[in-house]
Write a protein that binds this ligand. Structure first.
Ligand SMILES: *Cc1c(COP(=O)(O)O)cnc(C)c1O
Length: 409
């Protein structure tokens, strides 16, 4: 991810003198600015009524029975794993094509991450490979709805039921995602969402947990605030001082009203923003059909894609390799992202778990070939034109071929 601070002081301009297009810039509008100011003026900066309101509206949007706001998706994953009872000796199956936070949360819960490869068409965890990795120590599966495309929830839920495993969905890309009648994040025991700046809904930093049961909701809520008894949340009311009791050693993961103030209004615009990104995604998909790249697979019938990422793959026989393409886009004034190099490429996990990226060949290859073009609700038609032109230029004029979802079309 390219953040403004990692840019050169004067990043290259686009053609026509238009300013550098930052990858993943959030769209902040007047209602959330006014709401934050209202919180500041009220003096209520911590967890309070706006967090409660954001939890209610998010649960309603996802048609979920419970929602607990936290300060990141990483925190959401960590608490969900702890609340699912995971600990030392337990194995958790997940995908190598994810952000490191998914892996780190498993490690911090005391469990051991076990990777299963992705399906190269969908980039999502392959349920067949996941089933192969189950051992007597396996206790949970953590799939990621990659780029906003729903995972294969039916075989995964069956697998979990059959082997008595917890299902914890990493929905960092998947706020608007649905498969059949099932909202992403409500298929298993916990759904974990991110409101980081580059995500489809942003609160600066923030996250949400959708627990399936009331007991699990109470547990993650308690763990998010030092492990204090439920009563402690009345510290955030004005009913006067009350003693609190520590019930278990918890964490400090609660969301603040300042964050919720942003989230409430971002959520109110989630659908028009989704429609806009769908339009941009489709324009890229159509405009790049004659380019020597592998485009993302079209959304499956009966599902809803969240259009969080638009990622192309630059195969080894293209004129430029992926990293040269990223540099060429930068010189043309366009920021890009990589989602993701296989987590098995990172030295820390290699040392700890003996991982070798070749053991998950699809994720390894995708991680070397993939690059994400800007996809945000803030992109104008002109921005999209610029990205398409820059992409064509950066790829060079290699022989036109039409490829989609891993095969020539
Ligand atoms: C962004 C992201 C996370 C972490 O989210 P934070 O809110 O930044 O903690 C976890 N998993 C995936 C797949 C992500 O993209």
């Amino acid at each position: 991810m390219t953040s403004p601070s990692s840019l050169r002081p004067n990043p290259p301009q686009r053609r026509g003198g238009r300013p550098f297009l930052v990858y993943g810039a959030p769209v902040i509008e007047t209602p959330e600015i006014d709401e934050v100011v209202d919180s500041l003026r009220s003096g209520w900066l911590g967890t309070g009524p706006k967090v409660a309101r954001f939890e209610r509206t998010f649960a309603a949007y996802k048609n979920a029975p419970h929602a607990v706001a936290v300060n990141s998706c990483t925190a959401a994953l960590h608490l969900s794993l702890v609340a699912a009872g995971l600990g030392p000796g337990d194995e958790v199956i997940t995908t190598p094509l994810t952000f490191c936070a998914t892996i780190n949360a498993i490690i911090h819960a005391g469990a051991t991450p076990v990777l299963a490869d992705v399906d190269p068409e969908t980039m999502n965890l392959d349920p067949v490979d996941a089933a192969r990795r189950i051992t007597p120590r396996t206790r949970a599966i953590v799939p990621v709805h990659f780029a906003g495309r729903p995972c294969e929830l039916a075989p995964l839920t069956t697998l979990c039921r059959h082997h008595d495993l917890a299902l914890i969905e990493d929905c960092a890309h998947a706020i608007e995602t649905r498969a059949g009648g099932t909202e992403a994040g409500t298929a298993g025991d916990f759904g974990c969402f991110s409101f980081y700046v580059t995500k489809n809904l942003c609160t600066g930093e923030g996250g949400m947990i959708l627990p399936r049961t009331a007991e699990a909701a109470a547990r993650v809520k308690r763990l998010a605030l030092h492990g204090l008894s439920a009563d402690a949340w009345s510290r955030f009311s004005d009913r006067g001082y009350r003693h609190y009791a520590v019930v278990e050693p918890g964490f400090k993961y609660n969301m603040t009203d300042l964050q919720a103030a942003i989230g409430i209004h971002q959520l109110a615009r989630i659908e028009p923003n989704h429609r806009h990104r769908e339009t941009v995604w489709t324009r890229y998909q159509d405009a790049l059909c004659d380019q020597p790249v592998i485009r993302p697979t079209e959304p499956a019938a009966g599902t809803r894609h969240a259009y969080h990422l638009y990622a192309i793959r630059i195969p080894p026989d293209a004129r430029v390799d992926r990293d040269a393409f990223i540099a060429a886009m930068y010189e043309r004034g366009v920021g890009t992202g990589v989602h993701y190099r296989s987590v098995a490429e990172h030295p820390c996990y290699q040392q700890r778990f003996g991982w070798r990226p070749e053991a998950w060949p699809h994720a390894f290859r995708i991680g070397r070939e993939t690059v994400s073009l800007p996809l945000s609700a803030g992109l104008s038609d002109q921005d999209v034109d610029d990205v398409i032109t820059a992409t064509r230029d950066a790829l060079g004029d290699a022989a036109p071929r039409c490829m989609r979802g891993g095969r020539a079309a």
